[in-house]
Design a protein around this ligand. Structure first.
Ligand code: UD1
Ligand code: UDP
Length: 371
């Protein structure tokens, strides 16, 4: 088979889904490997259902619970290598910066199989982040670098990468355009939560630097409680499993549940989450994908980090880097509530997957030239 697509985490499944569908639509021989990095129903299978994705041909067993980065990556590297030896694809595609993608890119590289990096060239310049290590390594061992924007292409040129760079847009726009109407029709999440359009905020938080660090986790909780008290709107917080574990471990579960306006839930499926985000007054997050989606959907974003690799969102004005301290966060929320939502979409025209699959087949493409 020609093209092997590697998935394993929630954002990877979402961002690879348009590519998997394009490969199927064009009848190109291809297959998917699921690394098992994410495994809970609401982080994994729910997305195959919502996105109507066919099952991966190979589903690896997850690494033991509590594995450190090295063990988790090594486990996936070994599993992927065995599949690639058997299947001999011409090219392996990985998307983003999770350990799944480092393992996939490295397994292919060691077998002299070509590597394509989808969502290439992002840089936070924050060396604490495991994702920053992963994306830099993957970019340097890939033949094909699919940069979502001009800025990410410039980062790659500056880093002197060996592979060929193509500006494609981000496949998140493809996934969004395909599902936003479906979300409008199928999701009843606002009724289920008893909230009104444009009268609530959405929160997500799962970055290792935030939730594994007691001081940062405490700061974030203070910020959320202060915001809940000040703005008098419901705040809906679907909690990532890593964050739930940490909140319980740090004995902060009761504290974060102490305000009736701050409503913690299990993670939502894609259609419910899109519907929730699309109708929100603002989103506070440390997620990468949500900084992009909120920018495309014209929802003001407050990023609970010191920096971002999604610099385009800062440039167009959809996103504010607030850090985790409560004064800054509350000021950013207040500023966001009165923001004019007229910024441009820097992330593409919804044709990124087609461009990527075309490059994999040696076809010439018209690059995404920007909004
Ligand atoms: C990973 C990625 C991160 C990405 C995020 C998307 C790395 C280094 N990090 O972080 O870049 O933003 O996925 O969500 O690859 N857990 C479950 N069920 C699951 C998945 C995780 O219970 O389905 C719990 C487990 O306790 C696990 C912990 O969450 O040990 C962390 O999961 P892991 O996949 O290692 O990292 P994420 O924090 O999800
Ligand atoms: N998402 C979702 N349900 C949720 C939270 C997020 O479907 O409860 C989706 C969201 O639409 C986005 C993706 O998950 O496309 C982002 O994943 P995550 O924040 O886990 O990872 P990151 O993008 O930071 O790597």
């Amino acid at each position: 088979d020609e093209i092997c697509v590697i998935v394993g985490t929630r954002p990877g499944i979402i961002k690879m889904s348009p590519i998997i569908k394009e490969i199927e639509k064009q009848n190109i021989p291809g297959f998917t490997i699921h690394t098992g990095q994410h495994y809970s129903y609401e982080m994994d299978r729910k997305f195959f259902e919502d996105l109507e994705l066919s099952q991966p041909r190979h589903h690896l067993t997850s690494s033991p619970p509590g594995s450190l980065h090295g063990e988790q990556t090594a486990h996936m590297l070994k599993g992927i290598e065995a599949v690639l030896v058997q299947e001999k694809p011409k090219i392996v595609l990985v998307c983003g910066d999770a350990n799944t993608n480092l393992a996939g890119a490295l397994a292919a590289r060691k077998l002299q199989i070509e590597v394509g990096h989808v969502e290439s060239g992002l840089r936070s310049n924050d060396w604490r982040m495991p994702e920053e290590h992963n994306r830099i390594i993957i970019d340097h061992i890939s033949e094909y670098l699919f940069a979502p924007t001009k800025q990410t292409k410039d980062n790659l040129i500056q880093d002197n990468v060996k592979g060929s760079i193509y500006i494609t847009g981000n496949t998140i726009v493809d996934a969004l355009s395909e599902h936003i109407d479906l979300a409008r029709r199928k999701s009843n999440i606002l009724q289920e939560l008893n909230i009104q359009e444009n009268n609530y905020g959405v929160i997500t938080c799962h970055r290792e630097e935030n939730v594994d660090d007691l001081a940062n986790m405490n700061n974030i909780i203070e910020s959320l409680l202060l915001t809940a008290q000040d703005i008098k709107m419901p705040l809906i917080f679907p909690v990532h499993p890593r964050t739930k574990n940490r909140l319980q471990h740090f004995d902060l579960w009761l504290k974060i549940n102490s305000s009736p306006s701050l409503r913690l839930t299990d993670p939502f499926g894609y259609l419910d989450f899109l519907s929730l985000l699309n109708n929100a007054s603002f989103v506070m997050t440390d997620s990468g994908g949500i900084q992009e989606e909120s920018c495309v959907l014209k929802v003001p974003c407050i990023t609970l980090r010191e920096n971002t690799e999604r610099q385009e969102t800062i440039a167009v004005g959809s996103n504010i880097i607030a850090g985790t301290g409560s004064d800054h966060v509350l000021a950013a929320v207040q500023q966001s509530l009165s923001k004019k939502k007229d910024w441009l979409n820097p992330y593409g025209d919804g044709k990124a997957a087609k461009r990527i699959v075309d490059v994999c087949q040696g076809k010439k493409i018209d690059e995404w030239t920007g909004s």
